[in-house]
Design a protein around this ligand. Structure first.
Ligand code: C2E
Ligand code: CA
Ligand code: CA
Length: 395
């Protein structure tokens, strides 16, 4: 094929070893790819991709790198909605490569293939050609927004809270509303948090964004409680929000100013990166617990070392990721993970929430397995405040 198609494409080689990097660049150039650049670490790669406005067609990424490994790079790419092709390169055994390939595909990325080191040049050329043949270049799913625009939107209060109900299975009542951030962009329509949360984390905007969302959620919670609507309010925090020791005090002040009972607050915590400073993180989590909110471990089953953290961190609720809930009745592996997560939570005296309940089959299964709380499109999608208030009135 089509040298000309390859000539119009650009590739980025990410490898920490200089020799390997140079070799891969040379082989990719030889295949006819028009523009080839390189990065010696994951964060440099992500910066280059952002600066190029995602115009990099193919990324060849080493898995084993100090600082940010290839798996983390993949996660960032998935969160950013990267639409190009990915080739995984590794000296690890083939099963590790296969698992990484699966993981990237599950996250919605377009994996062209993987290469085991040492890599023969003709394998690289073959992969590049295969990509050029298969690729009908479509528009990227990532809207072209910049960190400056996000900064302005946060300051202007344009990031708004939507709410999704959680139902207590035993009583059938609405137990909690999960707050989910939305960015209604004047020109580009509604932008998903999968895109802007990650951007906020990488540009040091996450603390400002989190404060805004917590403020909206707790003011809303206080308002519901005044009206006699007795529901908890859940907010989302990622583990790398927990860098500042004063976070529990800041949170406490926001909740107090809003006039909401902090005991009605649930903090859902996800781990989007390996915890860098476990001491600080444990200090913050323990002090948060002492101030009264419920701590919930979010996306259970997908994060880093979730099991390990159950042992050492003061969580009271376990929220099972939708990957193991939706369609679990037809998927033995998902069902096994769902079942053992609920069992584990019970052993540890934790409440369980199943997210991503989309059908009556999902509902029946999680109920039969003894889950406590259910959330998902089957009940209601996340809604703006007006729609949520109308929905709850009709309940
Ligand atoms: P999450 O915490 O796991 O939130 C649940 C996500 O699943 C939401 O996506 C929700 O809209 C979606 N969802 C709910 N029910 C169903 C269902 O039945 N089926 C399917 N397929 N999906 C369902 P959303 O709103 O796009 O949020 C994505 C992620 O962004 C959230 O995942 C959360 O990790 C993050 N996020 C959202 N708001 C915030 C925030 O204020 N702060 C932080 N740090 N993260 C946030
Ligand atoms: Ca959540
Ligand atoms: Ca989730």
């Amino acid at each position: 094929m089509s040298e000309s198609a390859l000539a119009g494409m650009s590739a980025l080689v990410v490898d920490d070893e200089e020799l390997m990097r140079d070799f891969l660049c040379m082989a990719v150039q030889k295949s006819g790819v028009g523009s080839v650049s390189s990065a010696n670490c994951g964060s440099d790669a992500l910066d280059q991709i952002e600066e190029s406005h995602k115009q990099i067609d193919i990324i060849l990424c080493d898995l084993q790198m100090p600082e940010m490994d290839g798996i983390e790079v993949i996660r960032h790419l998935a969160n950013d909605g990267y639409g190009g092709g990915i080739v995984l390169v590794s000296g690890e055994d083939k099963r590790v490569l296969k698992t990484a390939e699966n993981m990237a595909s599950v996250r919605g990325l377009n994996v062209i293939g993987s290469l085991s080191k040492p890599v023969p040049v003709h394998n690289i050329i073959a992969l590049m050609n295969q990509y050029a043949v298969s690729e009908q270049k479509t528009s990227w799913s990532m809207p072209d927004v910049t960190a400056d625009e996000l900064d302005d939107a946060i300051r202007a209060g344009e990031i708004v809270a939507h709410y999704q109900p959680q139902i207590d299975i035993k009583t059938g009542r609405v137990k909690c509303a999960e707050t989910l951030a939305r960015w209604p962009h004047p020109e580009r329509g509604m932008i998903s948090p999968d895109i802007f949360i990650d951007m906020a984390e990488r540009h040091d905007l996450i603390d400002a964004l989190t404060d805004r969302i917590i403020t909206q959620a707790t003011v809303q919670g206080a308002d519901w409680h005044r009206q006699g609507i007795d529901i908890n309010v859940a907010i989302n925090i990622s583990m790398n929000n927990l860098r500042h020791l004063d976070f529990p005090d800041r949170l406490h002040d926001i909740v107090n100013n809003a006039g909401m009972d902090i005991k009605k607050l649930v903090i859902e915590i996800t781990e989007s990166q390996l915890v860098k400073d476990l001491g600080t993180c444990l200090d913050i989590l323990t002090r948060l617990r002492l101030k009264g909110p419920t701590l919930s471990i979010d996306d259970f089953g997908t994060g880093y070392a979730s099991m390990e953290h159950l042992k050492e961190m003061p969580f009271e609720e376990l929220k099972i990721d939708r990957a193991f809930v939706n369609g679990a009745c037809k998927d033995d592996t998902a069902r096994a993970i769902l079942e053992s997560s609920i069992f584990l939570a019970k052993q540890l005296n934790m409440a369980t929430v199943a997210e991503g309940v989309e059908t009556s089959n999902d509902w029946d299964l999680v109920t039969a397995l003894g889950c406590d709380v259910i959330q998902g499109y089957y009940i209601a999608p996340p809604m703006d405040i007006e729609t949520f208030n109308n929905w709850i009135k009709d309940k």
